[in-house]
Each structure stands twice: as structure tokens, then as C-alpha cells.
Design a protein around this ligand. Structure first.
Ligand SMILES: Nc1ncnc2c1ncn2[C@@H]1O[C@H](COP(=O)(O)OP(=O)(O)OP(=O)(O)O)[C@@H](O)[C@H]1O
Length: 589
């Protein structure tokens, strides 16, 4: 979880940069504060003919001068100081920008690392658009605050303090007045700023809804078009866009008005101050030159005050955004099991066992009820059952997508809790019915970025009965397959997923209706070719074709989350139970 303390700790890690940045900031303030004094001094010393510190210093160094040389000297000094101010400011801004961007990068990195380990059940409940909006919009809102604060806060405070000190030196009564005026403005903005922060949170929430709806609509555009529902979907995206518009208008004008209102309070003070200064010239010993210098200083004070006001608003917005990104950190991670034993090490394959497994998606209704299942080492085990009986859920449980509520999953009699889920997934490959594809090349979809020799890729494609298809693609392995592999047929995608599994070279294979889209002939050839590859691997097949089921060494029949029958094809057919019925119904035996 992130709070401002943690962010501050992150910022503190950049000690060297912080030191240099502040050094430049202090130097910049030091050169900027005396700047407004020089030219107004000439009003008294040159125009009103009352030589003072400036003219005397000039005469000591350069000898007698005239109004032109005095003015020129003051002008050159002021221009040099302004230039120095610019350079120092640019340097400190470079350093502080780097710090703030590094800190927000770290927040994004931590968020992504948390997402990497999210439990699947949590993952299913959030839309990718919602997560994306937190990673983009909310982190940007925080970045805006950090960027403003680390670079401007110190320099603004220093400038205000410096100017206040100079004003006190010029005339302590006027100086004190300005020192007292500032906290009033700052207090006023704190109160308004909180309300503005809330508006920012509402705006970011609306952006999240919009992004979620938009991403889903774009992702499912095919389905939407096929159902001829574009109009209504775009309308509902537009509704969320409208909400963004409305909340943005609300935040936009109110935050702007609030900033201007704060400025108005400041400017009112400024005008009162100027009026009082004129009275000071009229009724006390304040000179016109010093009065002009004071006016100049008030002007200098304007920028840091404005910046502090901006920081206040950015803080409240950032605070609201921080609460929103913490919602991601609040999401449960999948359990992290230690790597105590490794069932797969130095073995070609191993057995799989589900021991009295109970599982529910919602914590209430068991979808899997007391399942005991064994796939002995090197054997082919089939799971059959009606749609919705829990076959896919079992496959997901085996690779640890969902932790079981009761019971255990074991590989060679070692619990996954002692093996570690990452080790299990490294060695057990699950091929889905609807495999996910990346909008990338055939090669990338097979290797997922791993460096695999081309010959191996072709070998895998040959086993998967995909070699001919890929050879005929315009760029062969480098052909782009479109979003979620849209340019390939369902059966081609399934075969690509099988080739991907072969390249992963797992020790155990789980096929979840992975060939459902293939014609019987291609499927037959595929299983023949796979037979050799799977010969020494324990294989679990969630099958829908008689030929595949028949080939299995052992069969489990699942009904409403329970194993109701088990045995070989022969045994089960003879039993004339559910399996027999199922086979007759499905395959018209
Ligand atoms: N992610 C999920 N969240 C909540 N419930 C789920 C989830 N996935 C599946 N279910 C429910 O669990 C039950 C078993 O589903 P499962 O996908 O395991 O069945 P299946 O036997 O593989 O079905 P099919 O043959 O149609 O693929 C179903 O009632 C389904 O509604």
C-alpha cells in the first residue's frame, strides 16, 4: 500500500540529486531576491538625487558616473541575475523532474508487480480498462503533485521567506503585514482544495468507467457487430464519455475558479498593501524608490504564492488518486508457496492426484465436491461430463489458477503447497479450448518471446498439423495474426496453441477440449502425431470425441462437480451407467 510517508521515503532515496536540486534551488532564490531592488533604488539615488548604497558602491569601484552609466550598470546586473536565475532553475527542474518521474515509475512498477501475482478470482472481477485507468490517469495525478512539490515547494517557500525578510528590512511594519497575510491565503486554499480533491476523484472514477466500457466494447466488437448491436453499445460508451465530460467540466471550472478565488484573496491583500505603502510614503519616512521596490517584491511573491496554491490543489487530487490506486494493492494475491520439494526434477514426467478436492468460486456453492482423481505416471486419463459439470474448473485447479477450499493437489504425492505454483506451471502445460493469442507474429505466439531455434518451431508446427498452414502464410513465421489471432481460424488457433505447448516442453499435459474446432480427419492426424510426443508424459484430456476418450488408459466421469464413475472405456460401457448413456447420446453408439 502507498501513503505519502512511503512516497516521501522513495523521494528520500535520491539523496545526491535532492542535495544538488536544493542547492540550485537555494542559489536561484538567492539571486532572484535582490533582483527587484536595483532599478527602483535608482529612483531615489539618481532621479531624486539622493545618492545611497548603489551610487556609492559604483563610485568606489568605477569612479564618478552619470545617470546613464548608473542605469546601465544596474540593468546589466539585473539581466545577469535574471539569466543566472533561469539557468539555476532549469538545472534544478531537470533534477527534480527526474526524481518525480522515477518515483512514479516505481509506483507503476509496484502496481504491475502486484498485478502479476493477483489471484485469478480477483482478476476476474476487475476489468482491464479499470486497472489501466488507475495505472495511467491516477498515477499521472500523483505524478503531477510530486512533480510540482519536489521541484517548486522548497523554492517557493524560500522565496516567500526571503522576500518577507527583505520587506521587513525595508520597513518592518509593512513586512509584518505581508508575513501575516500569507497564512490567511494558504488556509483559505486548504479548505477549498479538499473539495477540489474530491471532484478530481470523481472525475478519475468517470474516466475509469469510460475506459472500462470502451476497452470491452472494442475487445468484443465482433460479437457486437454480429449481433447488430453497435448502436446501443456505442450509445452506452457515449454515456460514460458524457459522464467524463460532465465531471471534467465540474472539476475543470471549479478547480480553476478556486485557484482564481485564492488568487483574488491574495490580490486583494496586494492592493490593500499597495495603498498602505502609498500612505507610508505620504505620512512616514518610506521613500518612493523603496515603495517601488516593495511593489516589485510583491510581484516576485506572486509566482511562489501561485505555485503553493497549485501544490495544495494537486495534493488533494493526488491524495484522492492515491486512495484509488491502493484499491489495486488491496486486491488479494494468489498464495505464494515455498519451493520445498520439486516433483519434476530429473524426471520425464510424474503422477497427478486430486485428493478430496472441494472448490467454490463464490465461497458458498461448491462447484467441485470431494473429487478424488489419479493420473498415474505416463498414463492418459480422460475426464468426461456434461457441459457445466466442472471439467475446466478441475483443469484450472490442477495448474493452481484457483486454490482449493478443501483437499489437495499433488504431483508425485507432493502437495503443490510444497512445490510452488510457478514450478507447477513451468512443468504442467494447460491447453485451452479457446487459446489466447497476441496481436503479434506467429513466431511470438509460439515462443512468447523465448529464444527458440527455428528448426524446433517447425518441428512443433509439424506435430500440431500446422506446418502447411504457416508455410503458406505471406510472411511465414513472421506473419502478424491480428488481435487475438483473428486472422486464423478457430482450429488453426487451437493447433498453434498445441505447438506452443510442445515448445514449452512440459512434463505433464492437460488438454481442455483443445481440438474441439478441428475436423475429425485433422484431429485424427494430430493425435497420431502427438501420440509419440505424449508417449512418456502424463496426459489429462478433457475430451469430447469418442476416439480420444477410447484411447485413454482411464476415464473419470464427472457430474455436477462429483466423480460419479471411473474405469476403462470397456468397463464403463459395460456398466451401463452415466458414461454409457453419455456416450450413446453424444456419439449415437
Ligand atoms: N470463473 C468462474 N466464476 C464463477 N463460476 C464459474 C466460473 N467458471 C465456471 N463457473 C461455474 O462453474 C461450473 C463448472 O464450470 P466448468 O467451466 O468447469 O464446466 P465444464 O464442465 O468445463 O463445462 P463445458 O464443457 O461447457 O466447458 C459452472 O456451473 C459454471 O457456471
Amino acid at each position: 500500500m502507498y501513503d505519502w510517508g512511503k512516497i516521501f521515503q522513495e523521494i528520500k532515496k535520491y539523496k545526491r540529486e535532492l542535495f544538488l536540486g536544493h542547492l540550485f534551488a537555494i542559489l536561484a532564490t538567492a539571486v532572484s531576491i535582490p533582483t527587484p531592488l536595483f532599478l527602483p533604488l535608482l529612483v531615489d539615488e539618481v532621479l531624486l538625487n539622493k545618492p545611497g548604497i548603489f551610487v556609492h558602491t559604483y563610485q568606489r569601484i568605477f569612479g564618478e558616473g552619470n545617470p546613464v552609466t548608473y542605469t546601465l550598470a544596474a540593468l546589466i546586473i539585473v539581466l545577469v541575475m535574471r539569466f543566472l536565475f533561469f539557468v539555476l532553475n532549469a538545472l534544478q527542474s531537470k533534477i527534480f523532474t527526474k526524481i518525480s518521474k522515477n518515483v512514479t515509475y516505481k509506483i507503476r512498477e509496484d502496481l504491475l508487480n502486484h498485478i502479476k501475482d493477483l489471484s485469478m478470482s480477483e482478476f476476474e472481477t476487475v476489468g482491464s480498462g479499470g486497472i489501466a485507468s488507475k495505472l495511467i490517469t491516477d498515477v499521472n495525478t500523483i505524478d503531477d503533485f510530486i512533480g510540482k512539490t519536489v521541484s517548486r515547494f522548497i523554492i517557493s517557500v524560500l522565496t516567500i521567506i526571503g522576500v518577507a525578510l527583505v520587506l521587513i528590512m525595508i520597513n518592518w511594519k509593512l513586512g509584518l503585514l505581508i508575513v501575516l497575510l500569507n497564512p490567511v491565503v494558504i488556509y483559505f486554499t486548504t479548505v477549498v482544495g479538499r473539495k477540489i480533491g474530491k471532484l478530481k476523484a470523481i472525475e478519475n472514477k468517470a474516466v475509469e468507467k469510460f475506459q472500462e466500457k470502451l476497452v470491452e466494447t472494442l475487445d468484443l466488437f465482433w460479437q457486437i457487430r454480429a449481433s447488430n448491436r453497435e448502436k446501443s453499445f456505442i450509445k452506452s460508451v457515449l454515456e460514460t464519455a458524457k459522464e467524463v465530460k460532465e465531471t471534467s467540466i465540474e472539476f475543470g471550472w471549479k478547480s480553476d475558479a478556486a485557484a482564481r478565488l485564492s488568487m483574488l484573496v491574495f490580490l486583494s491583500g496586494y492592493e490593500i498593501f499597495r495603498a498602505v505603502s502609498i500612505l507610508f510614503v505620504a505620512y512616514s519616512d518610506l521613500t518612493i524608490g523603496l515603495m517601488l521596490a516593495i511593489f516589485g517584491y510583491l510581484w516576485v511573491m506572486m509566482t511562489p504564492v501561485q505555485e503553493l496554491l497549485g501544490i495544495q490543489y494537486a495534493f488533494h487530487s493526488g491524495d484522492a488518486a492515491l486512495k484509488r490506486i491502493n484499491k489495486i494493492f488491496e486486491m488479494k494475491k494468489e498464495p505464494k508457496y515455498p519451493h520445498i520439494l520439486n516433483s519434476f526434477k530429473n524426471k520425464k514426467t510424474c503422477s497427478v492426484k486430486l485428493k478430496d478436492v472441494y472448490f467454490s468460486y463464490d465461497g458458498k456453492n461448491y462447484v467441485i465436491k470431494g473429487v478424488n482423481l489419479i493420473a498415474e505416471t505416463g498414463k492418459k486419463v480422460a475426464i468426461v461430463g456434461a457441459s457445466g459439470s466442472g471439467k475446466t474448473t478441475l483443469a484450472h485447479i490442477m495448474v493452481g489458477f484457483y486454490p482449493v477450499d478443501k483437499g489437495d493437489v499433488l504431483y508425485d504425492d507432493i502437495s503443490v503447497k510444497e512445490i510452488g505454483l510457478d514450478v507447477v506451471r513451468e512443468n504442467v502445460s494447460l491447453v485451452l479450448q479457446n487459446p489466447m493469442m497476441f496481436n503479434d507474429t506467429v513466431r511470438f505466439n509460439l515462443t512468447l518471446g523465448k529464444d527458440i531455434p527455428e528448426s524446433k518451431i517447425w518441428e512443433a508446427l509439424e506435430i500440431a498439423q500446422m506446418k502447411d498452414v504457416v508455410e503458406n502464410l505471406p510472411d511465414k513465421l513472421d506473419t502478424l495474426i491480428g488481435k487475438n489471432g483473428i486472422k486464423l481460424s478457430g482450429g488453426q488457433r487451437q493447433r498453434l496453441a498445441i505447438a506452443r505447448m510442445i515448445l514449452q516442453n512440459p512434463k505433464i499435459v492437460i488438454l481442455d477440449e483443445s481440438t474441439s474446432a478441428l475436423d475429425t480427419h485433422t484431429e485424427y492426424r494430430l493425435f497420431n502425431a502427438l501420440q509419440e510426443y505424449l508417449k512418456e508424459k502424463t496426459t489429462i484430456i478433457i475430451a469430447h470425441r469418442l476416439s480420444t476418450v477410447q484411447q485413454a488408459d482411464y476415464i473419470y466421469v464427472i457430474d455436477r462437480g462429483e466423480i460419479v464413475e471411473e474405469g476403462t472405456h470397456q468397463e464403463l460401457m459395460e456398466k451401463e451407467g452415466l458414461y454409457n448413456q453419455f456416450m450413446r447420446k453424444h456419439f449415437m453408439l
